[in-house]
Design a protein around this ligand. Structure first.
Ligand code: TYD
Length: 206
């Protein structure tokens, strides 16, 4: 199910760690005058869940708990923020969404991808983005350019991040109507130009 009709358009940026997603999402939202938001943590409840999910609270999480908390974050985010904005006719740019759960909890952690998808279907009432832009980059290269402290996910090994990357590429290949892959291993201005061309071509955003 998509977000057809008179409402705003819903665009998501996806990708591994330190690929420049947040910068590009902020740029796109500003350029379009769209609402900018992110997961996990885009709501009050989400901020609490994010602390648990990123390990800041020091609480051990089972992989299913992790998947369910990501879905809970998403349910609240859609209900409180994304759906009302779209229904009011505002465009929304979101830094991570369902694709992150499929790639990280599914391909990365090894949970059944269809089960993870079902959790998000239930959580969101079937709200899928109009467009998903995947910023693709070798995770080792991304880590070298990343720097700074490592959260619970960033601290996982390269084998995990390689599975996440491969999973993302598989998701994009399986649904080319919705997903576009952009090579993120280039200067930010070039990545930005590609994103501008994609949203112009797919959504008519100038
Ligand atoms: P985020 O702070 O956006 O990290 P980054 O700045 O690297 O994009 O996201 C936090 C982490 O949460 C990130 O490692 C990916 C992970 N994540 C999941 O595992 N599943 C999900 O559904 C979401 C939304 C994020």
């Amino acid at each position: 199910m998509g977000n057809a009709g008179d409402g705003g358009r819903f665009v998501v940026l996806e990708g591994g760690e330190s690929v420049g997603k947040s910068t590009q999402a902020a740029w796109l939202a500003t350029r379009r005058g769209a609402d900018l938001t992110f997961e996990p943590g885009g709501t009050r409840l989400g901020q609490e869940l994010r602390r648990l999910l990123l390990g800041e609270a020091g609480v051990r999480l089972d992989v299913y708990s992790e998947a369910l908390l990501m879905a809970a974050d998403r349910a609240q985010h859609v209900a409180e923020s994304i759906r009302p904005a779209l229904e009011a006719g505002r465009d929304v740019v979101c830094d991570r969404y369902i694709g992150s759960s499929l790639a990280y909890q599914g391909y990365g952690r090894g949970l059944d991808v269809d089960t993870v998808r079902l959790l998000s279907e239930v959580a969101t009432g079937g709200l899928w983005p109009d467009l998903v832009i995947l910023l693709d980059m070798d995770p080792q290269r991304a880590r070298e350019r990343g720097g700074g402290g490592l959260d619970r996910f960033e601290a996982l090994g390269m084998d995990f991040h390689a599975r996440v990357r491969a999973g993302y590429l598989e998701l994009a290949a399986a649904d080319p109507e919705r997903w576009v892959v952009v090579d993120a291993d280039r200067p930010p201005a070039q990545v930005r130009d590609d994103i501008a061309a994609v949203v112009a071509g797919r959504l008519g955003w100038s």
